[in-house]
Design a protein around this ligand. Structure first.
Ligand SMILES: [Zn+2]
Ligand SMILES: [Zn+2]
Length: 362
């Protein structure tokens, strides 16, 4: 017979275990209860009790449970915080702390996380202030770099710097773009700020897509439209191609059919109106069920018109006939006075396309 708590051998008539002092339960002293009838205890696959040595395995006459207890007893660990012996189950689980100490440790970790976040937030505010000083030309770049180095050296963790620089850069960009315009001077300075924050400016399109789109729109609002080489359309005299996106023309559906699910945000192209750098929060054209595609190809915004070049169809809307755009995240519907129906296209980015059209049409 073995002690149910520590697995030590019990003598006939023992009331208490001579090894651990636990009271011996009547079951253990009942000779009719064979050891093999003991219920096998559940052993989790990730604990270490399955690494029994050959010596342990040789103790074949003992029940599995007792063997485990002996094994555990031999490797009994102490709580790292209070030094008390770990309970049988905690020991099996390979716990580092006893139950009360574990709760205290978890609380400590939670508090440390909160403190780290607070410190990060505070350092971000300091970094932000330094960068804005540089933005307003109150300090030189070298001085800004020195001060930022001081601030970031207080970061609570290596990962904090990444969080802080991202957050700070996003805030600065929003502050700079509050007028929805990015001038050449502003862009030069923003590049220097990106450098201060070790952000790779040419890689914005891939690493900070949201910021890239904002800057793209702000540049267009400044009148700096991209110029592309659209070899697939025949440009008119003095016409410049500004943007091309892969696009699909969707099957024309009755106005009443799409009103429920397929309406975007209406945007009227007007003189003097700047497209918001945040774009419009349009919904996606294709929600749930896929709308049927009529034709696919590309849509081009030039200095004079919108042209859809499909495999079968060509649709052209000169800006002089353009009434409004309906903007979706992934699409655009063009309302024009020279067309009875308003064609709906899916494309890569409804906002950037609308921003280009808005500016080019002015
Ligand atoms: Zn015992
Ligand atoms: Zn403890």
């Amino acid at each position: 017979m073995y002690c149910s708590d520590c697995g030590a051998i019990l003598q006939e008539g023992d009331v208490f275990c001579s090894t651990c002092g636990v009271k011996v339960s009547p079951n253990e002293l009942n000779p009719t209860t064979s050891e093999t009838q003991l219920k096998p205890i559940f052993v989790q696959p990730d604990n270490k009790v399955d690494n029994l040595s050959s010596r342990d395995l040789a103790i074949g006459h003992k029940s599995e449970e007792a063997q485990l207890r002996i094994k555990t007893q031999k490797h009994s660990h102490l709580c790292e915080a209070c030094g008390k012996k770990l309970s049988f189950t905690d020991n099996l689980k390979g716990a580092r702390f006893c139950k009360p100490c574990k709760e205290i440790e978890e609380k400590k970790i939670e508090l440390a996380k909160i403190a780290a976040r607070q410190l990060e937030a505070q350092l971000s505010v300091e970094a932000h202030a330094i960068i804005m000083k540089f933005w307003r030309s109150e300090i030189e770049k070298a001085e800004a770099m020195r001060r930022l180095g001081e601030v970031f050296s207080k970061a609570p963790a290596a990962k904090s710097f990444d969080n802080m620089k991202d957050e700070t850069f996003r805030e600065i960009v929003d502050e700079i773009l509050v007028d929805n315009i990015l001038s050449v001077e502003e862009e030069t300075k923003l590049k220097a700020i990106a450098e201060l924050l070790t952000i790779n400016f040419p890689m914005l399109e891939w690493n900070y897509k949201d910021i890239f789109v904002k800057l793209f729109i702000a540049r267009i609002n400044d009148g700096r439209l991209p110029i592309i080489n659209a070899s697939n359309i025949v440009l008119k005299k003095n016409e410049i191609a500004h943007m091309a996106q892969r696009a699909s023309l969707l099957k024309q559906v009755n106005i009443t059919e799409y009103q429920g699910g397929y309406s975007g945000v209406s945007f009227r192209v007007m003189k003097g109106v700047r497209f918001s750098t945040g774009g419009v929060r349009g919904r996606r054209v294709v929600v749930g069920t896929k709308m049927q595609e009529d034709d696919s190809g590309s849509i081009v915004a030039t200095s004079q018109r919108i042209v859809f070049l499909g495999d079968r169809k060509t649709i052209e809307v000169p800006y002089s006939k353009l009434i409004s755009l309906e903007i979706f995240e992934d699409g655009i519907r063009v309302h024009a006075s020279n067309r009875q129906s308003a064609p709906l296209f899916t494309l890569e980015n409804g906002n950037t396309f609308a921003a280009v059209v808005n500016r080019a049409a002015q």
